[in-house]
Design a protein around this ligand. Structure first.
Ligand SMILES: NC(=O)c1ccc[n+]([C@@H]2O[C@H](COP(=O)([O-])OP(=O)(O)OC[C@H]3O[C@@H](n4cnc5c(N)ncnc54)[C@H](OP(=O)(O)O)[C@@H]3O)[C@@H](O)[C@H]2O)c1
Length: 264
């Protein structure tokens, strides 16, 4: 399917690895010009820069000025913004709600929710001035399935899903569509980094991290397909939503969870 994204300028937050990297690659394949913001560049992102029109902007999106710096870098380089993918977010395994102090709540809300508020606020004037465009927010099944082990992250994702709807209402009449993608577990460093969720599940199940991801998580989480999601599968959905082919889709949230969420 021709997605009509050639030469569109797309900003991806947190695109040096995982889902963001896969989104940047999928956008690159479609001929878009991509601006990626993250704290550091990975070899995989450097490789992407060799193959596609990708600009890397080193930026800490947990800082209040991070999103402005990223959007400014995109407009300095390309003079416009057509697509914003609010992808950055992070979570840590939690033992109990009682262990999370104010500073940690603020950290979770800041990176996983406020970064998207700030990037959208910085990008929207450009999207509007350049004839419309699209924002895709990477939410999570945890927006509607709030696990106690990620209670702060779940609340931040619920806020992001809520923001998606509010922005879609305000800006659809002016040509900007805003949608969300809500993945279940996806095979990224979010899970596979040492000490991250695969290790935590493995410790509880007495398995290896690989077994945790491939067998324990799908079973424990009731994933109907029997497997977790791959980053490129999320990317394909994001790129479709970002494209003019999804021209009358706005204010929607799409699960990509292998059937984990059982309610309608
Ligand atoms: N993986 C899953 O199972 C899953 C499921 C549902 C939703 N999600 C959501 O999908 C999004 C991407 O997740 P992922 O699994 O791809 O995560 P990931 O593999 O941990 O990658 C996170 C990306 O964000 C960047 N990042 C982290 N902190 C940053 C900061 N302060 N400033 C700028 N960049 C920062 C990282 O680069 P640097 O470290 O270099 O900054 C990296 O590029 C997140 O919003 C996550 O909540 C993931």
């Amino acid at each position: 399917m021709e997605l009509n994204l050639t030469d569109k300028v797309a900003v991806v937050t947190g695109g040096s690895k995982g889902i963001g990297l896969a989104v940047a690659e999928a956008l690159g394949r479609e001929g878009a010009r991509i601006v990626v913001g993250s704290r550091s560049e990975t070899p995989q992102l450097a490789d992407l820069r060799e193959r596609y029109d990708v600009t890397f902007v080193p930026v800490d999106l947990a800082r209040a000025d991070g999103a402005d710096l990223l959007i400014q870098a995109a407009t300095d380089r390309h003079g416009r913004v057509d697509v914003l993918v609010n992808n950055v977010g992070a979570a840590s395994p939690r033992a109990s709600f009682l262990d999370i102090d104010d500073a940690e709540w603020e950290r979770a809300l800041n990176l996983t929710f406020l970064s998207a508020v700030r990037a959208s606020r910085a990008a929207l004037p450009h999207l509007l001035a350049d004839g419309g465009g699209a924002i895709v927010n990477i939410s999570s099944v945890n927006a509607r399935l709030p696990f106690p082990t990620v209670v702060d992250y779940s609340a931040a994702k619920a806020a992001l899903s809520n923001l998606t709807k509010a922005l879609s209402e305000e800006f659809a009449p002016r040509g900007v569509r805003v949608n969300a993608v809500a993945p279940g577990p996806v095979r990224t460093p979010f899970w596979t980094d040492p000490g991250a969720f695969a290790d935590a599940v493995a410790a509880g199940a007495g398995s290896t991290a690989d077994e945790a991801l491939n067998e324990v998580v799908p079973r424990q989480m009731g994933i109907s397909t029997g497997r977790i999601t791959e980053p490129h599968e999320v990317a394909d959905l994001v790129v479709f939503l970002a494209s003019p082919r999804a021209g009358n889709i706005t204010g929607a949230e799409f699960l990509i969870d292998g059937g984990q969420i059982k309610t309608t």
